[in-house]
Design a protein around this ligand. Sequence first.
Ligand code: ADP
Ligand code: MG
Length: 622
Amino acid sequence: MTKFKSLGLNDTLLQAITDLGFETPSEVQEKTIPILLEKDTDLVALAQTGTGKTAAFGFPMLQKIDIKSRTTQGLILSPTRELCLQITNEMKNYGKHEKGLNVVAIYGGASISDQARAIKKGAQVIVATPGRMKDMISRNMIDISKIEYCVLDEADEMLNMGFYEDITEILSYSPGDKSTWLFSATMPREVATIAKKFMHNPVEVTVGSANVGSSQVSHEYYLVNARDRYSALKRLADAQPDIFSVVFCRTKRDTQKVAEQLIQDGYNAGAIHGDLSQNQRDMVMRSFRNRQIQMLVATDVAARGIDVDDITHVINYQLPDEIETYTHRSGRTGRAGKTGISMVIVSKSEVRKISSIEKKIQKKFEKKDIPSGDQICEVQLYHLANNIAKTEINHEIDIHLPKLNEVLEDFSKEELIKKFFSVEFTRFNNYYKKSKDLNVEGRRSNYEEDQKDSTRYFINIGAKDDFDWMTMKDFLKDLLNLGKDDVYKVDVKDSFSFFNTDDKHQELVLSVFSEFQLEGRRVSVEISKDKGRDGRSGGRGRGGRDRGRGGDRSRSGGGDRRRGDHDRGDKGERDRGSSDRGGFKKRSGGFGDDKPKFSGKRRGRSDKPDSKGTGGKRRRRV
Ligand code: ADP
Ligand code: MG
């Protein structure tokens, strides 16, 4: 206590500290509290999660603001609803002996008018998530023109979640001479950039070793044929029985589809995307957080709200259109000092993007092979053996022992082991024994080489015929009966468009379009001399669409991520019955969206461990 006193805190706050049972200040508190109390300065503090950062800014803020005034003097921005509520709660505890203190939480997914009313009563301190905050400022429900202290808590996370623009806009409504205190667990370049942009000569405090960005994440890519994407995903999961992952798809439809397929194949999977209600999303997130879901299939927008520690793998089922998005995806793993792996399943036509990503993230990818059936069987057997070794004996079995012994008495230990493992092994082995090698030969070809085997076409339909690049791509691949990655670099202009296929499809394309009509109009295709620009394949259009904001709602759904209350493996292993409760099957669309004519071909190729879908059992504990 004397230690807290020596930091310069006043008696009412010291009383609260006693009530809370804090005995000695943590390092970050010891280093920041005296500085913040003493002068009005900007500050950047880097310290790992769980080091007591909330109190490090909370106490000084409470001591410095004027409780007698009703003006909003302090603003704390935090990335998620859960953190926002947590900080609000802490602030209330710290200030519980300060008569008249009003701390208000502002976050998405709850009534905006209730929050506006709470603000109207006069809140000296507002704790907010950026999305809702921006919304309420623009509706004149909140005035932050007189704030003196602004905290950016978990700044790295806020940026990871794509809140940069929201923060910039919010701060544009605040006075220039306020003090800004930035707290972060890591110091990636982006955080350094906002520190530079929003702060004047900040004092820097570092506790422990600040790590640079997500250096804990290693990056891997797997080159497969586009049609083997799903099988590859399954193998990656099968080779990691303890996987706890987010699987990213590009569209809501693919997200739903992949999740449904995984559930059908017996995995503990769930989907999260913008077509689910807030309620459904909360449910899915709850199942994910308590490990009932091991593979959360997500769109980029929906995943912004995912703040779950201990995610072991991020799987890029498809690469995002924007490289920037890749950084956000891979940042879901390797958090709070843990290591993580970001995997990319990539087809030949897009493998060149790997190099662009490497350039952007300043890290090398490792090219790895999709594990073979044999390797997977081996992993699964060892996993089972380990589980057996770890399993506590249930003595309720004892009364059955005599009978069990009788049945098995003729077998040696060795034979018993063989028999026991054969039960599990056979299913996997049957499934995988005829499985082929999914890896595609090929180096990461560069752009020029790529161009050699590719044909670019001009087609006389475009945006004014109601196409965007995605619908155009779908239209072409369906019409030509080609795979998803066989038509690329689709670029839709107003009255015409361009697209590419590999040279080998040239004949097909030209013959299909030799006499094709769309709504009575002749649609013609010609080979274009322009080979098409690199990479983007019309990504702009989609990027724009995907970036559409659903307000704060799409980002909420996280949980208390630092308290370690999710005990890994404890409740994680359920059969698929439990995943059904997550509510992901309830949405309309999904498979039904597909015209059977075009999708039948793919669906037939389903690649599951056994036809009855009992694969889920394999995740059952022994
Ligand atoms: P961070 O923001 O750095 O992740 P928090 O501020 O959420 O960490 O603090 C983590 C936990 O430690 C909280 O439960 C908080 O109440 C507790 N705590 C903070 N400071 C102290 C202290 N000086 N002594 C004991 N517990 C503390
Ligand atoms: Mg914190």
